[in-house]
Design a protein around this ligand. Sequence first.
Ligand SMILES: Nc1ncnc2c1ncn2[C@@H]1O[C@H](COP(=O)(O)OP(=O)(O)OP(=O)(O)O)[C@@H](O)[C@H]1O
Ligand SMILES: [Mg+2]
Length: 375
Amino acid sequence: MSPEYLFCISKIVEAATEGDAEMAAAYTEQLALMLEKDGQAEYAKRLRRTAKSSKSAKLQPARFAPKSIAREALPVDSESGLSTAEVTEWPKGSVKMFLSSKATRSVDRFLAYYRATDRLSMDGVAVSPTMLIFGPPGCGKTQLASFIASEVELPLVTARVDGLISSYLGSTAKNLRGLFDYVKSHDCVLFLDEFDSLAKMRDDAGELGELKRVVISLLQNMDTMPKDRIILAATNHEHLLDPAIWRRFTTKLELSEPDDEARAAMIVEFLGGFFTSDLKDVLHTMTTGFTGAQIKLIIGECRRNAILAQRKEIGLGEAVESALALKPETAEMKEGIKDRVKTLKAIAPKTFTQVRLAKIFGVSQPYISTLLKRR
Ligand SMILES: Nc1ncnc2c1ncn2[C@@H]1O[C@H](COP(=O)(O)OP(=O)(O)OP(=O)(O)O)[C@@H](O)[C@H]1O
Ligand SMILES: [Mg+2]
């Protein structure tokens, strides 16, 4: 069981023994969100139902917020009154990140500078701890924000920038100010997700002036942020960002599909108790060029099927099929063992030995050998 789950469960137990209904509600919701993310929507629903039917009226508020800043009002959109940010807390060590060695060095340096802010300030060489994370979807940008917050042991205040943008003139800048004021007065990490939404305002010619105002407001807010506040931003479309905003971030980190080593570590982590070296080898070969999110999806599906069928193992065949379905070049492949055997052999002759292919398709090795010889 992952540390995030263990942490939530221990908090719910703690809340129960202390009779703290608010805390129980908050962590029950956090647990439900994690279950939902892991494809266990039914369990999440059940948890919520139990929480709702609780005799304690207090066991209702749904949003999770760590105790340290739970009592403070989160910033709200000045028009709709809806919250523009949400708070999550990740215990140290609970968020696993798999990065290339270059990206790891960059994150480590960022954290080292942050931890040495005081010393660096004394020498006048401190840098503001701001990081712009960019790259394709599913490569771990949001995960990295949680990882950094967990490493520095601070709550993560996440604002989706599209939620800050208001259709009312002037309200966007007001929302930004509200958010930054909140972050300035709380010890936390600010995460601006979907950061490119700012640039989307440009699509509408009439909004150009408003965009300029918002960019200026963002720059001013960033510049007046205390030097010890971490600001993270993530985008899939870094080229859309205003150059002045781009320059403001002291670290720019590109995340892309995991390299061989990161992929191997990810597969081991995602397989958990279902790990076998056969599975790891096969999945490693089949997921070349996949994003972390895709790898998680494939393994998640295999695990779910195994659990539902009360199996303790994931079959090599089902792992291969799930990966084939996600590969663009094989997604539309015909049914039939011959094509599949030949395709796998062509993808990686060393991984897909005849013995392994026989295991994958549940047939004998001589039969595989015959299939391979057929035209
Ligand atoms: N490098 C990685 N290390 C660890 N986990 C990863 C990594 N990349 C992806 N994942 C897994 O995939 C899931 C999706 O990743 P995440 O949401 O962080 O991607 P993203 O880059 O923010 O995507 P998007 O651009 O769509 O917002 C995460 O929950 C995480 O489990
Ligand atoms: Mg994301």
